[in-house]
Write a protein that binds this ligand. Structure first.
Ligand code: ADP
Length: 279
């Protein structure tokens, strides 16, 4: 691979071994310089993928990394709401400018382009995938140390085309305990594996509940499988997030920037030491 590889084979004469595999990879906007790109994916919707994306981004920004969220969940965008951002993205002939959260996280989401946040996006899969990719190719991201992509849920053609087209440092897979025993998680892990994307973390969301009255811990959806799955799938790290009414409240009030992100420390270490996309 060329030392200055941009993963855009259409602009490169070198006939290296990765040409075939990376031929679908698209280059970001010329005004973007992005070091690491992390896909946050799940086998199905509603398991907390957006929450985990937000928490990882909050942790990164607090640690001094220039952080961005690309909300590729086109039909169910929730990043802006979690951060309480209502701005519209501005554009020029050159491209689209990302909006910023109060913490300084750069962000683009379908809601930043719609007239009203409750307008539905009624598009076919190819258009949805196209919009997610345009967030990569047409947004002028500037300098970013770590970008988190809130992936479209599931393992269908839309997430697949994002996995194939954006160079990734690694993937974090989110699930809940009852899913973890199902094939759904394995499908998401397999998708990352097929794309040769390193598996940085398995996050078991809604893993337990701490009773505010007595302080006891309840594994309401069954015993944790996080550690076992980390070993089985060879993930670099795993994490458990409790069912926490405070998290729900912070998301609903647009104040996720205030959340405690300590439970994601091990997964975040894998994120910050993942391979840069141009290596
Ligand atoms: P996904 O992106 O997988 O569709 P979300 O992150 O949007 O899922 O989560 C779905 C809903 O569940 C949101 O309202 C979110 O705030 C809530 N939620 C997710 N995880 C937790 C948790 N651990 N504790 C409390 N509420 C949660």
């Amino acid at each position: 691979m060329a030392t200055n590889c941009t993963h855009d084979c259409s602009t490169c004469a070198s006939n290296c071994g990765s040409r075939e595999k990376t031929s679908l990879i698209k280059a970001p906007h010329s005004g973007s310089s992005i070091k690491r790109v992390i896909a946050v994916a799940s086998g199905k919707g509603g398991v907390g993928k957006s929450l985990v994306t937000s928490l990882l981004a909050v942790r990164a920004q607090k640690m001094g990394y220039r952080t961005a969220i690309l909300d590729a969940d086109i039909t169910g965008p929730s990043s802006m709401k979690a951060f309480g951002v209502k701005e519209h993205a501005m554009g020029s002939e050159d491209g689209i400018l990302p909006i910023r959260t109060a913490e300084g996280i750069k962000m683009i989401s379908m809601n930043a382009l719609l007239d009203r946040e409750d307008d539905p996006v009624i598009w076919r899969g190819s258009l949805i995938a196209g919009a997610a990719l345009q967030f990569w190719t047409d947004v002028i991201w500037g300098d970013v140390d770590i970008m988190f992509i809130d992936m479209p849920p599931g393992t269908g053609d839309v997430p697949l085309s994002v996995f194939q087209s954006i160079p990734l440092s690694g993937a974090v897979i989110v699930s809940t305990p009852q899913d973890l025993v199902e094939m759904i998680v394995k499908k998401a892990v397999n998708m990352a594996e097929m794309m040769k994307v390193p598996l940085l973390g398995i996050v078991e969301n809604m893993s337990y509940f701490i009773c505010p009255g007595c302080g006891s811990t309840f594994e309401i959806f069954g015993p944790s499988k996080a550690e076992e799955l980390k070993e089985t799938f060879g993930a670099a790290a795993c994490a458990r997030i409790p069912v926490d009414p405070d998290l729900t409240r912070l998301v609903n009030e647009g104040r996720i920037g205030e959340a405690d992100t300590g439970c994601l420390a091990a997964v975040f270490r894998a994120v910050e030491t993942s391979r840069p996309i141009n290596s």
